[in-house]
Design a protein around this ligand. Sequence first.
Ligand code: SF4
Length: 276
Amino acid sequence: MKIPANFAFSQNNLQDFADCPRRFELRYLQKLAWPAVRSEPYVEAERHMLLGERFHRMVEQHQSGLSVEQIEALANEPELIEWWQAYQNQFPDNLPPQRYVEQTLAAPFGGYRIVAKYDLIAIQPGERAVIVDWKTNIRKPHRTSLRNRLQTRLYPFLLVEAGHTLNGRIPFLPEQIEMVYWFTADPGNPEIFPYSAQQYDLDRSFLQGMIAEIEAASQSRFALTTDQRMCRFCNYRSLCDRGEQAASMEEDLEQDDNEAQSGFDLDFDQITEIAY
Ligand code: SF4
């Protein structure tokens, strides 16, 4: 199935392709809704996800300047109160002063567009930029697994490509950028990934190669993953005849808590094009 010329590659759809090419096709090209329980017990998993979304909004509001008192008045569930206290006491406090919350950036790349929505970009204009992503997984993932996530490759790369819009029209150098993952499950130990020119070159080749691979698949076929563990978290299990048993909530919530977990991606129609 052909990739539309205006297609935008995001961490979610690239990660889906890396996990299973067929899932990428079903979800982003065919846009096939296929309701299925992703993990059990469903109600508890759903509740954790909704609490995670509310926590995201609380931090977003605080980073945007709303007072602590106004925000914490909205938190009455024990998990939210605990996460909020962890945020108050252990969120990185050495961030640059200029804050861009829920910032979307996009840039032309590989004949298409790449796009990302950042929880926070903290900038010292002309000097440094820190990408911060806060996560509510029940356990902090291993550093190697984070290193290999598409998000860790795409976000700093795109900030080099499109960050001039936030930096007086001067592009950031890779060495001026770092990416920080902060976890409610281990708030005192954020994972920090400094960026570099070498990593930027590697990421450029990697992303170009991946988009070429997706184009090639679109002209032949999108294969089903051979790693059937991926199917346990996938709503297309019954369609692909890959079993009916959903993953356990614990397994699921160890995964990334980005929008892909609920099957959503960015609304590409809402992305403001930036001037190049
Ligand atoms: S069920 Fe498995 S093979 Fe089918 S789309 Fe999902 S991950 Fe891919």
